[in-house]
Design a protein around this ligand. Structure first.
Ligand code: R5P
Length: 310
């Protein structure tokens, strides 16, 4: 059952009924985070002009996780990307530790969101299972470029998704490329690529796969020729980097001047960064929804603006 956010909030704290229309209460609010979202949480606190509650994280001898928080305020913004199983458990424990305050959850990267359907009988809808666990004791949830907008309906509380497409566009501007071509790796990512390209009024297209034989596949932009151009491949997630590495090789064969890669969530599993560099990608950039050495784009300001407008 979906909970009515405004009425729930008023029951919890009738004194702050009026303030619900004015965003989070900066003067009685703190940010808290899981271990793998420390940098984003700190940037968010700075953008909101508030502080981050310190948390001590440790493990019991059998490997179970433990944490203890510093002093909380009336309202808490919990920031935690689900990047692996440990970070999911840590986030659940942190949410429980914050049960004395009114909580907003910022879920910058939601692992398990890609299993958003039952593709085969007997499978879980993992996105739904995780969403339900992460709704407990939370007033509202903010996600960043969630893999499928449809996943939002699995949360038991109001959930909003924000996009960093414009921020990726701004980063591409800073590279000072001459007339770049923004390329989605497939048609499904085209809308995202269009939003990125709108930041600079650049050309946009998506890659199309053509099967040449039983073993040979060609990948090329559907409409725009890549020859002599700087190409930036953009996607929500780079996981193994396999799609982009293959595309990069083919774009160079088609005469591309240089190829760059940008994404929101740098999952970068199985040596993906090295694989992309070996494929001739000039620069790989991601945001701080997953904290990496190549996290040169921050989601903090956009999350802060969204929270202020709650
Ligand atoms: C898939 O639906 C996502 O949007 C990405 O395209 C995918 O996760 C990329 O995977 P990889 O980096 O392993 O090719």
């Amino acid at each position: 059952m979906r909970i009515n956010y405004k009425s729930t909030y008023c029951i919890i704290n009738p004194k702050r009924k009026k303030l619900r229309h004015q965003g989070v209460r900066i003067d009685t609010m703190k940010v808290i985070c899981t271990e793998k979202s420390q940098i984003l949480a700190t940037s968010l606190a700075r953008a909101l002009k508030t502080s981050v509650v310190e948390v001590k994280y440790s493990r019991f001898p059998d490997g179970e996780q433990y944490l203890i928080t510093g002093e909380l305020d009336d309202e808490t913004i919990i920031v935690g990307s689900v990047v692996d199983n440990d970070s999911l458990v840590q986030l659940v424990l942190l949410m429980d530790a914050c049960d004395s305050s009114d909580n907003h959850l910022v879920l910058p990267y939601m692992g398990y969101a890609r299993q958003d359907k039952r593709f085969l009988p007997g499978e879980p809808v993992s996105a739904r299972a995780v969403a339900q666990v992460l709704s407990r004791g939370i007033l509202e949830i903010i996600t960043v470029n969630i893999h499928e907008q449809e996943v939002l309906k699995y949360f038991g509380v109001p959930a909003r998704n924000i996009s960093l497409a414009q921020d990726i566009g701004s980063y591409i501007k800073s590279l000072n490329l001459s007339n770049p071509l923004i390329l989605a790796p497939d048609e499904g990512a085209l809308t995202f690529a269009e939003h990125v390209a709108s930041a600079g009024g650049w050309d946009v297209d998506h890659l199309e796969k053509t099967r040449l034989s039983g073993v040979e596949v060609k990948m090329a932009p559907k409409q725009v020729c890549a020859a002599s151009r700087s190409v930036v491949i953009v996607d929500d997630i780079i996981s193994t980097g396999g799609t982009i590495a293959t595309a990069s090789g083919m774009l160079y064969q088609q005469g591309a001047k240089d190829v760059f890669a940008a994404c929101v969530h740098g999952v970068l599993t199985g040596g993906a960064y090295v694989h992309l560099m070996a494929a001739g990608i000039r620069d790989v950039v991601c945001s701080d929804t997953i904290e990496r050495g190549c996290s040169k784009i921050s989601a903090a300001d956009r999350i802060a603006q969204t929270l202020k407008k709650s």
